[in-house]
Design a protein around this ligand. Structure first.
Ligand SMILES: Nc1ncnc2c1ncn2[C@@H]1O[C@H](COP(=O)(O)OP(=O)(O)OP(=O)(O)O)[C@@H](O)[C@H]1O
Length: 326
């Protein structure tokens, strides 16, 4: 596997995935064993010995073909799924559930349709300071009203920074364009100052030109606010354009197996800044260099080329250490 000189060992570790195995089990099925009925579950191990270290201010993009396990990694870091074996830490603590340490932006459905834009953005701080119970029973109390007023003021302040007007704050999500909705979703996540911002195909539903605008927008937000971002996409160009580090996951085939895929692994982990001789492929104008085209060809070959996947089982399975080196 490519060695990621990528990750700067002096930077604080934000996400640490160690020796993780993820096995999915199907619901019990009734089968016949020598004529006797028996309940059995099918098992599928998507990852074995998965290691991943993500450091502060990295913009890590995770790319790979459908079904390779991108969302599985996403859910493990988020805390909505747990490994069968191994550990996942965020900001030095074991991940046990979804916490404000992790901000999330999905392709859709992050916004509550019955709340205005400002109330959607203010919801996180409001719930954090009052809790769902207090919100429910004390919504007319003075403390709740004060916290709500302050959270909304913070939300209105944020609108300008995400390219929306103050008037937009009183609109409902259905009154906004797709790109504006995703800007609000990003504000909703970042207002909580998460240690890591997780984005799962966030621009997948947008048209081409809005998607390009949003790519520039998230780069600007990441840079201005020093965000640590993990961005899952199946689009290699998007992954290479946005990432300071690109992780490619692919399914592998056991040499002696007739099965389709027998698991997935990280097949590429590259520091784009280092790979391109210190020049990051931003802004857009510089991504068409010979170095960038060669990098794209290699990552495409390692991650997305189905002929290459046949041979991945011959790869060295050694773990990386916390510096990302073998
Ligand atoms: N709950 C589950 N039960 C059984 N198998 C599962 C389950 N969730 C995921 N898998 C399997 O694990 C593998 C990885 O799934 P995952 O959704 O993480 O992939 P992905 O790369 O995000 O796919 P896509 O790009 O299509 O969303 C797939 O083969 C999938 O069928």
């Amino acid at each position: 596997m490519e060695t990621p000189e990528t990750t700067n060992p002096e930077r604080k570790v934000v996400v640490e995935v160690r020796d993780v195995e993820v096995t999915y089990r199907s619901k019990p099925k009734l089968k016949l064993d020598e004529g006797k009925p028996k309940l059995e579950r099918d098992e599928f191990t998507v990852f074995r010995d998965l290691d991943l270290t993500i450091r502060e201010h990295e913009f890590t993009t995770i790319v790979g073909p459908s079904g390779c396990g991108k969302s599985t990694i996403f859910r493990l870091i988020l805390g909505s799924q747990f490994p069968t074996k191994g550990t996942v830490h965020v900001d030095g603590e074991p991940v046990r559930n979804v916490t404000p340490k992790t901000g999330i932006v999905y392709q859709r459905y992050s916004l509550f349709p019955h709340l205005t834009v400002a109330d959607n953005i203010a919801l996180g701080p409001l719930l954090q300071q009052t809790g769902p119970f207090e919100s429910l029973v004390r919504s007319i109390g003075p403390r709740y009203r004060r916290v709500r007023r302050e959270s909304r003021a913070e939300a209105f302040d944020l609108l300008g920074r995400i390219g929306l007007s103050r008037n937009d704050g009183d609109k409902y999500p259905h009154e906004l364009s797709g790109g504006m909705r995703q800007r609000v979703a990003i504000a909703q996540a970042t207002i909580m100052k998460p240690k890591v911002l997780m984005m799962d195909e966030p621009f997948g539903a947008l048209d081409h030109s809005t998607r390009e605008d949003m790519q520039l927008f998230i780069l600007e937000q990441a840079e201005k606010n020093g965000l640590t971002v993990i961005f899952v996409t199946h689009d290699l160009d998007e992954a290479l354009f946005l990432g300071t580090r690109v992780i490619g996951i692919s399914q592998y085939y056991a040499a002696d197996s007739a099965e389709d895929g027998v698991g997935s692994k990280i097949v590429t982990d590259r520091d784009l800044t280092a790979a391109l001789g210190g020049a990051h492929p931003r802004p857009t104008t510089s991504i068409d260099t010979p170095e960038f085209r060669e990098l794209r060809r290699k990552v495409h070959h390692d991650v997305l080329d189905p002929d290459h996947r046949q041979h991945i089982s011959e790869f060295d399975h050694d773990h990386q250490d916390s510096n990302g080196k073998h």
